[in-house]
Design a protein around this ligand. Structure first.
Ligand SMILES: O=C(O)CCC(=O)C(=O)O
Ligand SMILES: [Fe+2]
Length: 296
């Protein structure tokens, strides 16, 4: 019948008080902000990323259509994206509210209250090319094997901020979102009829809770590229206690047996935790054929 009963994700103007934005985010699992970045800021980011797209990188992963290009590691490639997204006051406020963890614990006779600040989890572009099939609906907090049992909107380890760097439309692959799915249990399977589409102008963003089902849409156009920057943040506790990447040089890790390399973090944890350029990090230190990447 063409008509869908799924309500659109609520949109707010940039600068709307955070209480209103967060209320909608916790209620629906996702919320849009119009004009988070200015056209000049988007141009600056796109100019910094262009050489990497021109280098024609394709993840080779099944979770992206083969016509979809990705550029990962933006924190090292685009200082403008760092400034305009990671340091944006609205992004910081949302991330801190969703992901800051404060817990009380005993240390001897002292009752300590400690606060763990959020971390950047991944920072990459997704350019969906003409003819791309839709991605599978998924929750981004699956990386941390998060479980959802209490119907609690905040029961997640992650928050996503997807910034449009081109116009995104239903036809060219706007992000599919299932509003309300953030409070579902882990058995319920999301259906396409339950999706709405996060259509955006360049500079708009959608925040998506890590427990909310979503996917890159299909691109049914013949000539439009749909580009977004996916910025995922996670709870600061989602890491090892001692930083083994700084404790042991890459050269020394390469000399250890594979089981030690794995313990030091050079084997990704399935699904999708600990990758580098969407590859298993051990690809960087092991000489043998590494076609099995163990990401999923
Ligand atoms: O490209 C998009 O719209 C979403 C991509 C996504 O959900 C992901 O890669 O986890
Ligand atoms: Fe995702």
């Amino acid at each position: 019948m063409g008509l869908t009963a799924v309500s659109p994700i609520e949109s707010f103007a940039n600068g709307t008080p955070m209480e209103k934005v967060l209320e909608a985010l916790y209620r629906d699992g996702a919320v849009r902000i119009k004009g988070l970045l200015s056209p000049a800021e988007i141009d600056e980011i796109n100019a910094e990323i262009k050489p990497y797209f021109d280098a024609d990188f394709n993840s080779g992963l099944d979770v992206f259509a083969k016509q979809t290009k990705t550029v990962c590691g933006l924190a090292g490639k685009s200082p403008a994206a760092v400034r305009h997204i990671l340091q944006h006051p609205t992004v910081k406020a949302a991330v801190n509210d969703v992901l800051t963890v404060t817990t009380q614990s005993w240390w001897g006779d002292a009752r300590n209250s400690c606060t763990s600040p959020p971390l950047l989890s991944s920072f990459f572009t997704v350019r969906v090319g003409p003819g791309s099939a839709r991605q599978g609906l998924h929750r981004d907090d699956q990386d941390h094997h998060a479980t959802h049992t209490h119907g609690d909107p905040r029961e997640t380890t992650k928050l996503g901020c997807i910034v449009a760097t081109s116009k995104t439309t239903r036809a060219n692959g706007a992000t599919e979102v299932v509003p309300g799915s953030h409070v579902w249990d882990d058995e319920r399977k999301p259906k396409i009829e339950e999706c709405t589409y996060a259509e955006m102008d360049a500079g708009d963003c959608v925040f998506i809770m890590g427990n909310c089902y979503h996917a890159a849409g299909s691109n049914t156009t013949t000539d439009e590229f749909r580009s977004v920057i996916v910025t995922l943040f996670c709870k600061g506790v989602c890491r090892a206690e001692e930083n083994q990447f700084l404790a042991v040089s890459k050269e020394q890790v390469a000399k250890y047996d594979h089981d030690v390399q794995d313990l030091l973090g050079w084997k990704a944890s399935a699904p999708f935790c600990g990758w580098s350029d969407f590859r298993n990090p051990y690809d960087l230190i092991r000489a043998e054929d590494t076609t099995q990447r163990d990401l999923f």
